[in-house]
Design a protein around this ligand. Structure first.
Ligand code: GLU
Length: 291
């Protein structure tokens, strides 16, 4: 692969894929900086994952752009409003996701599953020994439908991907080394289409990483089990898998991972308190906390 100037690319085409349901924090900053450096010279897509209806807010999308620019992270494609880059917002790509739903349905890889999360929790016979990064209850195979019914549209019911029980999915991660997850043990049949007629996260990510030519997925280690799901989805669609690079999660001073409540560790808060981009990217979290 080479760049437009003919110089050899140093990186692998990658992406930044924030969900605009809150402010970005130190963990996002560090993962995104890693993604940008690993994609250097090879293209970096900015994709706003705004499928979650009212929880995704315009002000958070605006804040993502401000934060990324302040950090000096440059994307080569994405929602650069008024700029040269093509806008990628998942909320505008539902026709593509529906096409993928159709391919999976035709292949018999997915099935309609009206069960709620509570049904699943109640039907699970043994307590789920969840792997550290994933708290989803395992879908009991007994709740799979007895026969396959064809459908022309998702039809207001969740759809699940049927996992190959007992199969070990192994991948080599650039930072975590060799990672394995067992289908039916570490995760069960998972939702690919939601009751509110939107694609679920796993389907949308796999569909877009493929469509956008992503060669390396860089993201937080909370998604390692999702990677096993996404490998199965990609296989069912006949697509080559990207490479994987999962960054360790940043924790606050009390050892809890940063989430939407950022406790002053939002990039916007740190900027306001006078920290610089290198501070945010490199200083120990304990020095950034408080204030
Ligand atoms: N949008 C997801 C998030 O913000 C990340 C998805 C991914 O990188 O695959 O948690």
């Amino acid at each position: 692969m080479s760049t437009a100037t003919g110089a050899p690319a140093r990186g692998l085409r990658g992406r930044l894929a924030p969900t605009p349901t809150g402010l970005l924090h130190v963990g996002h900053a560090r993962t995104f900086a890693l993604a940008a450096s690993r994609a250097a010279g090879a293209g970096l897509v900015l994709r706003i994952e705004d499928l979650d209806g009212p929880r995704c807010r315009a002000e958070f999308i605006a804040a993502v752009l401000v934060d990324l620019r302040w950090l000096g992270l440059e994307w080569t494609e994405g929602p650069d409003v008024g700029g040269p880059h093509a806008p990628y917002r998942q909320s505008e790509r539902t026709a593509w996701f529906l096409d993928i739903w159709r391919r999976l349905e035709t292949a018999g890889a997915i099935y309609p599953s009206p069960h709620s999360r509570r049904d699943v929790e109640e039907a699970a016979t043994a307590p789920h020994e969840s792997v550290a990064d994933d708290a989803d209850p395992i879908f009991p195979p007994a709740l799979r439908p007895a026969r396959r019914e064809r459908a022309g549209a998702p039809g207001g019911v969740p759809w699940r991907f049927r996992v190959p029980d007992g199969r070990v999915i192994t991948f080599d991660d650039a930072l975590q080394g060799r990672v394995s997850r067992t289908a039916g043990v570490d995760f069960g049949d998972f939702v690919v289409w939601r009751r509110d007629d939107l694609p679920a996260y796993e389907l949308a990510v796999v569909a877009d990483d493929h469509a956008m030519g992503i060669l390396e997925v860089v993201r937080g280690a909370d998604l390692l089990t999702s990677t096993a799901r996404q490998i199965l989805l990609g296989e069912a669609l006949g697509w080559p898998a990207p490479r994987w690079c999962h960054a360790d999660l940043v924790c606050d001073a009390a050892g809890r991972r940063l989430a939407k409540r950022t406790g002053g560790l939002a990039i916007a808060d740190l900027r306001e308190r006078g920290f610089t981009p290198p501070d945010v990217l490199t200083r120990p979290v304990a020095e950034l906390a408080g204030g």
